[in-house]
Design a protein around this ligand. Structure first.
Ligand code: MTE
Ligand code: LUZ
Length: 563
């Protein structure tokens, strides 16, 4: 097996010709990672290490935004081509998809990104006859890399595209076609994983109810009859996100916990903090297992000299993996303290008594996800530990003449199991959703014909602003949905909700369909992501657009999509 390590520590050691035990990497926190730092940090860390070694002094390098956008690479753009077989009822019976990803000039994580796209090619729909192929396209662009979702959103965006085509070809409401094809408890994915503790149907029904879907639909139909140059659209979209690194060996984590004689606890684990609240969750877990208040527990940093051989803080799995390692270390310490736990004494008394009796108050914890390991050759073995589910319903209004749109309302129902921290998890759902809104409706890189990146900062690259947050945004966590596969019945949350922003994209597509009906255009049509103002305007085909040739040749032919 070829093992590729993108760890800063191993690459610095390799570049300097020293062994890993001579290199210490420390991370206090990041101001955000979102996948871009999973492997690409090594471009800089290796270079500055070489410089520091040569000059024998500290060397620091920070890229300006434009330099970063020019060289670091980004999310993989995908092109999907598909054939889909379906019955008049809307039931999909056969699917053949080819995915092409723009890898850039090196492999980086592109193979794993494509694997995750393929593992998500059916999104949440039960399909019996299915073929998926992935092609990695090497290009003369900076190497593309991990981004929140890691190929999952690209895979599922194509899914939602063909299911929309099926609905539009049959003239059926897309929510009916989606619901009809939705998985049920106990069904199997194309990679032979049985869906247990399946909650997606509950998320769906609750989202339909909370968004007042039917009333909204009726109101939109009335609005669209009464307005020619603005149109509204509504879409409800499910998501199912596989939790585990697809590379088996990465599904491990360590922790190191020290108890000092004053009763304070220093906690270290293999995950890094980037604003996702990981350290807070780890402190909560240690607090629960040790039975001490969180105020007595501190995480000072992540470092290679406390916990070695860490996996990337990625795949949304860090609280599952590191949380279980922290639990393991704290259980060991708790057992060692057991003989000293007199009912009348305090935590500090127990710790002191143990110390004076020469008990080791430092413990290492470890965890590896059990029963994992998918084999592409035999299509057997579990690819994921479990799935995180969610459903979102969004309503938008488009201006058919300018292509501008407004996000009117979004209702999200997310299953995060027994949430470790609902405030953090709701923040993660909101943040991921808005990042997805940027991805699917705004953010677009432009290159000159010579391949020079033109969009190098917020002046030319449109990211979501406050005004893009839906006027009404509600996030609910599904109640009574314990997950027996992760720490304290919780679920991973970081990446899965990003895809729910596809509900905004497909609401826009529906509003565009309403505009096209005014020009007697019905049925499936192609709309690439992001749904930028230009694309929305041109797709609203009318007497004005007919005066000029299509901006993107072939852009109105369905059965393929760029995402
Ligand atoms: N939230 C914030 N605030 N900042 C981030 O960089 N990264 C996301 C998600 N949430 C990110 C974030 C990504 S891409 C992942 S994979 C997970 O957090 C990683 O952390 P976790 O495994 O602890 O969820
Ligand atoms: N990183 C990785 C990831 O190396 N493997 C994965 O499966 C993955 N999934 C999501 C995000 N990062």
């Amino acid at each position: 097996m070829i093992l590729k390590f993108y760890l800063s520590q191993s690459l610095v050691a390799k570049a300097l010709g020293v062994s890993a035990n001579r290199v210490v990497v420390r991370v206090k926190r990041m101001g955000g990672g979102f996948g871009g730092k999973e492997s690409r940090t090594t471009l800089l860390s290796t270079v500055v290490a070489v410089a520091a070694n040569k000059l024998r002094r500290p060397v620091r390098c920070m890229l300006d935004r434009d330099e970063d956008m020019l060289i670091s690479g980004g999310r993989h753009p995908f092109y999907g081509k598909y054939k889909v077989g379906f019955l008049n009822s809307g039931k999909v019976v056969a699917l053949d998809v080819s995915y092409y990803s723009n890898v850039g000039n090196s492999m980086d994580l592109s193979l794993s990104v494509m694997e995750r796209a393929l593992f998500h090619m059916e999104n949440s729909y039960s399909l019996t006859n299915i073929r998926g192929r992935g092609f990695l396209c090497k290009t003369n662009l900076p190497s593309n890399t991990a981004f929140r979702g890691f190929g999952g959103p690209q895979g599922m965006m194509v899914t939602e595209n063909w299911i929309t085509d099926v609905a539009q070809s049959l003239g059926k409401p897309s929510d009916e076609v989606r619901r009809l094809n939705l998985y049920m408890e106990g069904q199997s994915t194309p990679y032979n994983q049985i869906l247990g503790q399946f909650t997606l149907d509950r998320c769906w029904d609750e989202c339909m109810f909370r968004s007042e879907y039917q009333q909204r639909r009726a109101a939109i139909e009335l609005y669209n009859r009464q307005n020619r140059w603005t149109k509204r659209g509504l879409a409800i979209v499910p998501t199912k996100f596989g939790i585990s690194f697809t590379a088996l060996f990465l599904n491990q984590a360590g922790a190191l916990v020290h108890i000092y004689t004053d009763g304070s606890v220093l906690l270290t684990h293999g995950g890094t903090e980037m604003g996702q609240g990981l350290h807070t969750k780890m402190v909560q877990i240690a607090s629960r297992v040790l039975g001490v208040p969180p105020s007595k527990i501190h995480v000072s940093e992540t470092s290679t000299n406390t916990v070695p051989n860490t996996s990337p803080t990625a795949a949304s799995s860090s609280s599952d993996l590191n949380g279980a390692a922290v639990q393991n270390a704290c259980q060991i310490l708790s057992e060692r303290l057991e003989p000293y736990k007199s009912p009348e004494g305090s935590w500090e008394d127990w710790v002191r008594a143990a110390y004076f009796n020469r008990v080791n108050l430092s413990a290492n914890g470890f965890y590896k996800t059990p029963d994992l390991g998918y084999d592409f050759e035999t299509n057997s073995g579990r690819a994921f530990n479990y799935f995180t589910y969610g459903v979102a319903c969004s309503e938008v209004e488009i201006d058919c003449l300018t292509g501008a749109h407004k996000n009117l309302s979004t209702t999200i129902v997310m299953d995060v199991g027994h949430s470790l921290n609902p405030a953090i998890d709701i923040g993660q759902v909101e943040g991921a959703f808005m990042q997805g809104v940027g991805l699917f409706t705004l953010e677009e890189l432009h290159y000159s014909p010579q391949g020079v990146l033109l969009t190098r900062g917020p002046g030319s690259y449109k990211i979501p602003g406050f005004g893009d947050i839906p006027t009404k945004l509600t996030v609910s966590l599904l109640r009574d949905a314990p997950n027996d596969k992760a720490i304290f019945a919780s679920k991973a949350v970081g990446e899965p909700p990003l895809f729910l922003a596809a509900s905004v994209f497909y609401a826009i597509k529906e509003a565009v369909s309403a505009a096209r009906v005014e020009s007697e255009l019905r049925g499936a049509f192609r709309l690439d992501s992001p749904a930028s103002a230009e694309r929305i305007r041109n797709a609203c085909s009318d007497r004005f657009t007919r005066l000029c040739p299509p901006a993107e040749p072939g852009s109105f032919t369905p059965w393929s999509v760029q995402v």
